[in-house]
Write a protein that binds this ligand. Structure first.
Ligand code: SF4
Length: 222
């Protein structure tokens, strides 16, 4: 368990993404072990223990207090820096109970489990075929919308970890990154504009929404 004072915080991501009034992350760390995960960076993670999930102590009591203090209800985004349905959830049921609290206080919820092609990893997953296949599979599995971010962000210890791990699978890839991106935070795929066009074409062909303004409207009116 980890002591923390607040869990439901103000302000969601930008209009180009899922737009919500609040953000909530009940757990720290994630069991999926994605080597590029931005939640490994110092901003989110104060330990080198990211791959172990930790529940926040008194999480439900803190959430209840947070909700009581909010001036007005809104939509809460969860799932950004940890999977809210990790293996511990079966026992602790924190996400489930938090949803009941949100419902009782008349807040909405947006859970990041759908198709977000984010990040695209330059020189590894940034192919036309990869994007087309992901969109096709998204449709096949019932997704209503898709989102793409044609870059990966890298910072401090997250960058070091990514470089260490990526070289195990793609030898000398870290050298390629260092040369192209130096210490830059946003590492754009070299053909990002083309990938975006491929993504749009694939979404239109499969009948998936991709305009985030329309997606945000749909989420609020579902
Ligand atoms: S939070 Fe998301 S990106 Fe990060 S390790 Fe978990 S599943 Fe992967």
């Amino acid at each position: 368990m980890e002591y923390i004072k607040t869990i439901v915080t103000n302000g969601g991501p930008s209009r180009d993404y899922l737009q919500t009034e609040y953000v909530m992350n009940i757990y720290r760390g994630c069991n999926h072990g994605c080597i590029y995960c931005y939640a490994r960076s110092n901003y989110y993670e104060k330990t080198d223990n990211f791959d172990n999930i930790r529940a926040k102590e008194n999480a439900l009591q803190i959430i209840r207090d947070d909700l009581r203090r909010k001036v007005k209800p809104g939509v809460v985004l969860t799932g950004g820096v940890s999977d809210p349905y990790n293996p511990h959830e079966a026992e602790h049921k924190l996400t489930r109970n938090a949803l009941e609290l949100l419902n009782a206080f008349d807040f909405g919820i947006c859970i990041i489990t759908g198709i977000l092609i984010d990040p695209v990893i330059p020189f590894i997953t940034d192919t036309k075929e990869n994007v087309q296949e992901l969109v096709k599979k998204a449709k096949h599995h019932g997704a209503k919308y898709a989102y793409i971010s044609t870059l990966v962000t890298l910072a401090d210890i997250q960058r070091s970890y990514f470089y260490q791990e990526v070289d195990k699978h793609f030898p000398k890839m870290s050298e390629k990154y260092s040369k192209r991106y130096k210490n830059g935070y946003r590492c754009y795929a070299p053909h990002g504009k083309k990938l975006w066009e491929v993504f749009v074409e694939a979404c239109e062909k499969e009948g998936l929404m991709y305009n985030m303004r329309a997606v945000n409207y749909m989420i609020r009116n579902a």
